[in-house]
Design a protein around this ligand. Structure first.
Ligand code: ZN
Length: 219
């Protein structure tokens, strides 16, 4: 009898423990998820450049904010670059291609659960504005990820733009892990440029990305 009660107590304790762990995993959908963040451009390649504002600098700032938020929720986060440099090797003439193919290889080898390339948009008229998402069909998850992110952008970042399938993006075409490219605003639009440079707005973008990542992993 004594042993039976002992065994029952152990069983109940274990049940409580497993319930606790599964409840905790439900509360923390990002726990132990591996996420690769790719801040676009860097080094000699500034990306879009308007009125002394480099896309590469803002991409990295926003990316690091996203990293901090995701780490806080238990995700394991890596960046393709942590400073103002690119990943190219060899001679300069194919610098861009070398940079992007190394980023793609790093992300593919990581076997991450999700990757996000973070960029700013630009176009000649200076009138377009708003965040939008690009995905490639190389991974069937990508369209779903694009939908989730665009929905969050529409709800929280005052954009009417839509997500797009785009197979011309060099990196996205080569990454088989699930993920998308986020163009979080237009640097070519003067009022959006002012917002994108603002630390509070950068925090807001990072938080919207955090929310979308949570929705993706909660589904
Ligand atoms: Zn870019």
């Amino acid at each position: 009898m004594k042993y039976k009660i002992g065994a029952l107590v152990i069983l109940l304790t274990l049940l409580c423990f497993f319930n606790y762990v599964s409840a905790k995993n439900k509360d923390l959908p990002l726990l132990s998820k591996v996420i690769y963040l790719d801040a676009g451009h860097g080094g000699a390649d500034s990306g879009a450049f308007y009125k002394n504002v480099k896309e590469s600098d803002l991409n990295l700032k926003i990316t690091k904010k996203v990293m901090d938020l995701l780490k806080n929720e238990g995700a394991i986060v890596y960046l393709t670059r942590y400073g103002d440099y690119d990943l190219s090797v060899g001679n300069a003439w194919n610098r861009k291609r070398s940079d992007l193919s190394r980023r793609a290889n790093i992300i593919n080898r990581s076997e991450c659960d999700l990757y996000l390339s973070i960029h700013l948009n630009a176009e000649d008229s200076g009138t377009l504005h708003g965040a939008e998402v690009y995905y490639d069909t190389i991974n069937p998850e990508n369209k779903k990820i694009a939908e989730i992110f665009q929905e969050e952008f529409k709800e929280n970042l005052n954009t009417t733009r839509d997500y797009k399938e785009n197979s011309t993006k060099y990196l996205q075409r080569r990454v088989s892990r699930p993920g998308v490219l986020l163009e979080v605003g237009f640097l070519s639009n003067s009022s959006e440029r002012a917002l994108l440079r603002d630390d509070t707005y950068q925090n807001k973008i990072a938080d919207v990305i955090r929310r979308a990542v949570n929705i993706y992993f909660s589904n």
